[in-house]
Design a protein around this ligand. Structure first.
Ligand code: NDP
Length: 330
């Protein structure tokens, strides 16, 4: 089977030479293990961090070894109790065709309950990130005005819709194209949205949020964060989920210049990791699963076909090629 290796640690934007698609032997499962043929792979912004050597919450990828990431696959051989060929598993050995892994490190998923790709997106890690970040970290409450950046992406599109479904007074989103902005307003029910490439974020946010912002869900950082601090209402909360505008920077960008506003507003900024919030998963699956089934919560996926296109799909996420969750279909 083929698998993606990291050859060198990218500086700035990752280049094709930093990676290689390698043919590797498929190992038969040992005791407690399963052999899985991957069907869907996840490519996510956090993987950029794992390509660097810097110490972080997720260990750096090893060089000259298969990269890892979320995946859904079909069991083709099992040496583990309770797992049969034909079962589908959610696991972390993505970026490859075949994976031999401990059954205990994977979770069974039901292809009849929901499309398999959704276990990587709307009902998976990015969905839980939106749910936990908005409801727990940002302490969202009915009547809040919510601003979310990266709003046409996997996490952001779900943040805005959950806020709406839970009674936000106003939901504002930003995204990187006019098509995405239209989608936010027409399909996802955002009250206002703007293209951050069309003008200064500060001015566009002021117009979109005349009465200020109670919650800012940050996927982007940079000028978005500064603009949100500038519009923060009394008791406002900022959940820092990601800062994708800086992931390829070789030097950290200057921080918001207006943090003094946090004093008068008694504002709070809090970063979080979805990994700390899996206790919410049952509640999330029940509530969001029912909104998805009823059609109240909509989602898009951008599906790229072929393992050989996984790197391009990943780079596409950093460029903004995706609308909703970026998925690779093998
Ligand atoms: P998305 O589906 O949102 O894809 C990333 C999007 O970021 C792109 O589509 C692009 O859309 C946008 N983007 C890229 N560069 C910039 C830029 N310079 N300025 C503004 N927007 C930009 O990815 P996810 O939903 O998976 O992730 C969203 C964020 O959440 C990321 O920051 C990610 O790191 C973070 N995250 C954090 C987690 C946690 O536990 N804390 C867990 C999961 C995700 P556009 O066309 O609008 O520019």
């Amino acid at each position: 089977g083929r698998e993606w290796h990291l050859l060198s640690r990218p500086v700035g934007w990752p280049k094709p030479e930093d990676f290689d698609l390698v043919e590797a032997e498929v190992r038969q499962p040992g005791p407690g293990e399963v052999l899985v043929r991957n069907v869907y792979l996840s490519v996510d912004p956090y993987m950029r961090g794992r390509m660097s050597a810097a110490k972080s919450y997720a260990a750096p990828y090893d060089l000259n070894a298969p990269m890892t990431g979320g995946a859904v696959g079909e069991v083709v051989a099992s040496n583990a109790e309770g797992v049969e060929p034909g079962d589908h598993l959610l696991h972390s050995d993505g970026w490859r065709e075949y994976a031999t892994l401990e059954a205990g490190k994977a979770a069974k998923v039901d292809p009849d309950a929901a499309p398999l790709s959704t276990y990587l997106g709307v009902l998976g890690m990015t969905g839980l990130t939106a749910y936990a970040g908005l409801l727990r970290v940002a302490s969202f409450k009915e009547g809040d005005a919510v601003f979310v950046s990266g709003a046409a992406g996997a996490v952001g599109s779900q943040v805005g819709q959950i806020a709406k479904l839970k009674g936000a007074s106003r939901v504002i989103g930003s995204a990187g194209s006019d098509e995405k902005v239209e989608l936010l307003k027409k399909e996802y029910g955002f009250d206002a949205a703007f293209n951050y490439k069309a003008g200064p974020v500060r001015e566009q946010l002021k117009e979109a949020a005349p009465d200020g912002v109670d919650v800012y869900f940050d996927n982007v950082g940079g000028d978005h964060l500064e603009a949100a601090v500038g519009r923060l209402n009394l008791g406002g909360r900022i959940a820092v989920c990601g800062m994708i505008s800086g992931y390829n920077d070789t030097e950290p960008a200057p921080g918001p210049r207006n943090l003094m506003r946090l004093i008068a507003t008694r504002g709070r900024i809090e970063g979080f990791l979805v990994g700390d919030h899996y206790d919410l998963r049952p509640q999330f699956v029940e509530e969001v699963g029912s909104w998805v089934r009823s059609g109240e919560l909509k989602y898009r996926e951008t599906v790229v076909e072929g393992l050989e296109n996984t790197l391009e799909a990943f780079l596409g996420v950093l460029r903004g090629d995706n609308t909703g969750k970026m998925i690779v279909k093998l």
